[in-house]
Ligand binder design. Structure first.
Ligand code: NAD
Length: 468
């Protein structure tokens, strides 16, 4: 008997208004997992009303109490880590160690923001002797959160924790194919003492449930993580409604390896950058730019390490048959565009899994160098000097992450300054710390998640002037 997964509205599980469910599938085994509620606009309306009703009391909860509840949610995530990992593995097929890392990070978001419930504070502004002016940061009210399938619990926690810490209530929509951990998160939060209606989850498709969230009059801000294509759709609706957005979108992030770099370290980080979660990560490092004199040496090291990454053990499958087909098409395209497969290729794509692929003889105008593939596929290009490295790195519609590998601190700082990306890592690849702000330049989005900075994106400023 396949279990049913219902919406979570007003602190209880609620069947979808449509009465319909969509059967989930374990992408690693093809076995059915759970019947997922196919929600609709009516469910979003119920969730948004519950959230709006809970706003006044949650906002005025003593901040220390809000902090204690967030801490308890973090503890609850740790206590349920094994169950959460089981569900995450069912939904995404990822290896256990990857799932557990994501769960640990999700707990860390709640713990981090639990300690920041009193931030950000306002300013006192001196204007004239008979006036007292001060600013305060207030919650928006109901925040809509829409998340993708690749790191479902992590992406939900990353937005929900700062939204709740600042006194907002939330209507959350996870991706259809990987929503089991999000519903368990809502249950954990309720057990931790989060009042009913403060966190609501509506399951269903993007066009039905996602759009209804962005359109709902009670929703005053939306935090979206996903593709550029969907970001544009949401952006148009938000523009009509004049509501603010945080957009965390895609990437085609470059690693720049200079001739003086520690090549062992660079090779390890490059492989981690493009293979983690089978390349299904927005911050994946999928373009490798290498100074000519060390090009062949570094490629050989990267190929040797990436060849050890086993699909099915070290990395999971592509999330859906459609995603698998997309990656396989790019592997064929690489051949058509004249790239050289130093490792992997179409033959490495089988049964939903893709082994790491490394392409040399790539030009930056090829589609495999410009488009987000979302699989373990690395393209490599040589450069002669720092100026060319920067030009190639910035010649992209995206600007999410960059990695710079060099022993020259002056060069590291110059390149970090010149790179158009929201995050630059020197001698490492994206480390995922919850304390540091994260977000995109260019088509990778705007607004910021993580760090203290996120608090500014879940609050609006009010200026109060008292005359006396
Ligand atoms: P997607 O845009 O297809 O879907 C993301 C979410 O949006 C899902 O919940 C989906 O149901 C919903 N959605 C789809 N159409 C919608 C619509 N018209 N209105 C409202 N919601 C809608 O993205 P995906 O395929 O699930 O995820 C992969 C993408 O996400 C990649 O481009 C990746 O780079 C990006 N991503 C970005 C970050 C980041 O932090 N920058 C993190 C993870 C993933």
């Amino acid at each position: 008997m396949i279990k049913r997964l219902d919406n979570w509205i007003g602190g209880v599980a609620v069947p979808p208004s449509t009465g319909s469910y969509v059967r989930g599938v374990d992408p690693a085994t093809g076995r059915p997992t759970v019947d997922v509620a196919a929600g609709a606009a009516a469910d979003v309306d119920a969730a948004a009303r519950a959230a709006a009703e809970a706003t006044a009391s949650w906002r005025h909860h003593p901040s220390a109490q809000r902090g204690r509840i967030l801490t308890a949610i973090g503890n609850g995530i740790r206590e349920h880590a094994s169950a959460l990992a089981d569900l995450e593995i069912q939904d995404t097929g990822k290896p256990r160690h990857t799932a557990l890392g994501e769960i640990e990070n999700s707990a860390a978001y709640f713990e981090f923001y639990a300690g920041l419930v009193n931030l950000p504070v306002g300013d006192v502004i001196d204007v004239q002797h008979d006036q007292h002016n001060f600013t305060r940061r207030e919650p928006y009210g109901v925040v809509g959160v829409i998340t993708p399938w690749n790191l479902p619990l992590n992406q939900a926690a990353r937005a929900v924790a700062p939204a709740l810490a600042t006194g907002n209530t939330v209507v959350l929509k996870p991706a259809e194919v990987s929503c089991q951990t999000t519903i368990l998160l809502a249950r954990i939060a309720a057990e931790a003492g989060l009042p009913p209606g403060v966190l609501n989850v509506v399951l269903g498709s993007g066009t039905e449930v996602g759009e209804a969230i962005v359109r709902h009059e009670a929703v005053r801000k939306v935090a979206f993580t996903g593709s550029v294509r969907t970001g544009r759709v949401i952006g148009r609706i938000a523009a009509e409604r004049i509501i603010p957005l945080t957009l965390e979108l895609g990437g085609k992030s470059a690693g720049l390896v200079f001739g003086d770099a520690d090549l062992d370290l660079a090779a390890r980080e490059v492989v981690r950058a493009f293979c983690t979660n089978a390349g299904q990560v927005c911050s994946a490092g999928t373009r490798l730019l290498v100074q000519e004199d060390v090009h062949d040496d570094l490629v050989a090291r990267v190929v040797a390490l990436a060849a050890e990454v086993r699909a099915g053990a070290d990395i999971g499958p592509m999330i859906t048959p459609a995603q698998f087909d997309q990656v396989r098409r790019y592997l064929h395209l690489a051949e058509e565009e004249g790239a050289h497969a130093a490792l992997g290729g179409p033959a490495g794509a089988e049964g939903g899994f893709v082994t790491p692929a490394v392409y040399t003889k790539v030009r930056n105008d090829m589609r495999i160098a410009r488009e987000e593939i979302f699989g373990p596929v690395l393209v490599v290009m040589p450069f002669t000097d720092e100026a060319e490295a920067i030009r190639l790195a910035n010649d992209s519609e995206f600007g999410l992450v960059a990695g710079v590998f060099t022993r020259d601190i002056g060069r590291a700082l110059r390149v970090a300054d010149a790179i158009e990306a929201g995050q630059v890592f020197v001698n490492s690849w994206s480390t995922g710390a919850v304390q540091t702000p994260f977000g995109g330049h260019k088509n990778s989005g705007y607004g910021r998640e993580k760090g203290v900075e996120a608090l500014f994106h879940y609050t609006q400023l009010k200026s109060v002037t008292i005359s006396y």
